[in-house]
Write a protein that binds this ligand. Structure first.
Ligand code: UD2
Ligand code: MN
Length: 315
């Protein structure tokens, strides 16, 4: 051991560039982590345990100059319970990884028509039921395109974008959340797939592209409504544009997913198999260049920035 305490470690650091990769073993990262979802979690606890995170879920290492500014984008609807665990685990991990970052939750809501239901009186749970009943189909990739645009409007210095499901927690903090020479797939080994890559072109869960890599593929598709296929379309875009996905070692890229049922209004998309055959044709017209949405609200919470958006419904 080299240092008595974190304080002592920090004092010995001078304000130099943050490390590119973190050598193992390292006094910063700890390696394999214990991840569990049985103990109750609260936003108050997350806030208490992360006092150095700034309003809106932003953080900059105090003791070195970060090389990249990373926007972490999470597609979201009705997953408050998962979000608490995600923030609880990820803030400390990202801090140890010495990265400058901001957390953005991209929350899909329905158009003004549906919100008229609120005036319909009655108990809160009945109103909530009415809201859910009238909900539009979820669209993960389109929400992530919105996240890219809105994060850049918030801070034009972001040069790296990491796209994460709200229910995925890395089991090893040496899986560094930053951008690489090639588009990155972080979630290599999932518990539900026996910690193996399910197929070579798998790109689901957590991925990361630099600003220029993202623009090169015209962002993500907007036309995948419901569950499935959008990550495969992104993989196709990357390959078709002459790039190659990079991944961490399978022993390090391990993840736990919080167990959940399939959400309502995110049914498997029956068109997904034929759509991924046509990426080469569709990617030029469908992407960040054709993105349309209506921003409803941006609210800065202590641990994250919430972007509420209407993205329409399938044709
Ligand atoms: C897989 C992929 C995911 C995506 C999806 C197909 C893995 C580990 N993940 O996830 O990246 O490709 O299949 O679309 O393989 N969400 C909400 N509210 C909803 C529905 C979805 O917040 O009502 C968000 C949330 O961040 C969630 C993500 O979308 O984690 C993916 O949805 P999922 O968790 O239901 O799908 P899953 O686990 O099969
Ligand atoms: Mn999931």
């Amino acid at each position: 051991l080299l240092y008595h305490s974190r304080q002592e470690l920090q004092v010995t650091m001078t304000l130099t560039m943050c490390p590119v990769g973190i050598a193992l073993p390292s006094p910063l990262t700890v390696g394999r982590l214990l991840i569990e979802f049985s103990s109750p979690m609260s936003m108050e606890r997350v806030q208490r345990e992360n006092p150095d995170v700034r309003q809106g879920g932003k953080y900059t290492p105090p003791d070195c100059l970060p090389r990249q500014k990373v926007a972490i984008l999470i597609p979201f609807r009705h997953r408050e319970h998962h979000l608490k665990y995600w923030l609880h685990y990820l803030h400390p991990i990202l801090r140890r990884q010495k990265v400058a970052y901001g957390i953005y939750i991209i929350n899909q809501v329905r158009g003004a028509g549906a919100r008229g239901w609120r005036g319909w009186g009655g108990q809160a749970d009945i109103v909530e039921f009415a809201l859910q009943f009238g909900e539009d189909t979820f669209n993960r990739a389109k929400l992530l395109n919105v996240g890219f645009m809105e994060a850049l409007k918030d801070d034009e210095e972001y040069d790296c974008f990491i796209f994460s499901d709200v229910d995925l927690i890395p089991m090893d903090d040496r899986n560094l959340y930053r951008c690489y020479e090639q588009p990155r797939h972080f979630a290599v080994g999932m518990d539900k797939f026996g910690f193996r890559l399910p197929y070579a072109g798998y790109f689901g869960g957590v991925s990361g592209l630099s600003k220029s890599q993202f623009l090169k593929i015209n962002g993500f598709p907007n036309e995948y409504w419901g569950w499935g296929g959008e990550d495969d379309d992104i993989f196709n875009r990357i390959s078709l544009n002459g790039m190659k996905v990079s991944r961490p070692d399978i022993r390090i890229g391990r993840y736990r997913m919080i167990k959940h049922e399939r959400d309502k209004h995110n049914e498997p998309n029956p068109q997904r198999f034929t759509k991924i055959q046509n990426t080469k044709m569709t990617m030029k017209r469908d992407g960040i260049s054709s993105l349309q949405y209506r921003l409803v609200e941006i609210s800065r919470q202590p641990m994250y920035t919430n972007i509420t958006v209407e993205i329409g419904r399938p044709p």
